[in-house]
Design a protein around this ligand. Structure first.
Ligand code: C5P
Length: 244
């Protein structure tokens, strides 16, 4: 089907960093990446001109890479600087957090020192619910809330998250970046397959420069370090550029 003439129709969702629109094709949606920045469940807010375009470009490269590695995703194509065309999916209201190194809420909640390499990859589930502050949930909570059909769907999600982690850890390592932790979202496509959705950007990933240990992600905003856009540009350049 021709996609170069597609335009945004009805706004179906507006989140902190993205707007999602319908198109003339029921199974295709357009995401618009915003420049807005939020942290601590929306308590800290700002905006950084050009951040949306950077996240769109970084997400595009990572979705393309994962597609070549056999991970099913919603990605179809990048349309322009701030718009991505993707498949429509029924969103599974679980934020899947994957951790390789202790940081952020893991360190805060469990007292594990930031920077400690975890003995195994930790996969956590948060309930995607802003009003409740995205609380941590376990498999039984997921079933209780009808977020999935059965435990096998949770196993599929965990398997996919681990595979994605293995692929992205190596991908980033080749670019001198350490993948500390990240958040993924999944949905079901028209055939009921579980696919990776949302975005893959430094808004949702903790990435440290492998040599200096410097944060190259949204922690620059969370911690008031400044230089967020420069860091995101550097991440994009390393993704696009030659491997080390
Ligand atoms: O805050 P916390 O340490 O739990 O975050 C773990 C990872 O998940 C971080 O990379 C963070 O950017 C990401 N995350 C996210 N959206 C959330 C919660 C966490 O992108 N709502």
């Amino acid at each position: 089907m021709p996609t170069d003439t597609l335009v945004k129709q009805t706004l179906v969702y507006e989140g902190k960093a993205k707007k999602v629109w319908t198109t003339e094709y029921p199974e295709l949606y357009i995401s618009e990446f915003k420049d807005d920045l939020t942290a601590f469940n929306g308590e800290k807010k700002s905006s950084e001109a050009g951040k949306g375009a950077l996240n769109n470009k970084i997400s595009t490269e990572l979705f393309k890479f994962l597609n070549t590695q056999g991970i099913p995703t919603h990605f179809v194509e990048m349309m322009d600087e701030t718009h991505m065309l993707h498949k429509r999916a029924d969103v599974i209201l679980i934020e899947v957090i994957v951790r390789n190194i202790a940081a952020g809420s893991l360190s805060k909640n469990l007292g594990i020192e930031t920077g400690e390499i975890l003995p195994f990859t930790l996969v956590e589930f948060d309930y995607k619910n802003d009003a409740l502050g995205d609380p941590k949930i376990n498999d039984q909570h997921c079933l209780l809330l009808n977020l999935v059909k059965d435990v096998s769907e949770l196993d599929t999600i965990r398997d996919m998250a681990r595979k994605i982690n293995t692929l992205l850890q190596a991908f980033y390592a080749e670019r001198n970046l350490t993948l500390v932790d990240f958040k993924l979202e999944f949905g079901k496509d028209a055939e009921g397959n579980i696919i990776l959705i949302d975005e893959l950007s430094p808004d949702n990933f903790r990435l440290w420069d492998s040599e200096s240990g410097e944060s190259m992600d949204k922690d620059r905003f969370r911690k008031g370090l400044g230089g967020l856009k420069v860091a995101y540009e550097e991440v994009l350049n390393r993704i696009l550029g030659e491997k080390k």
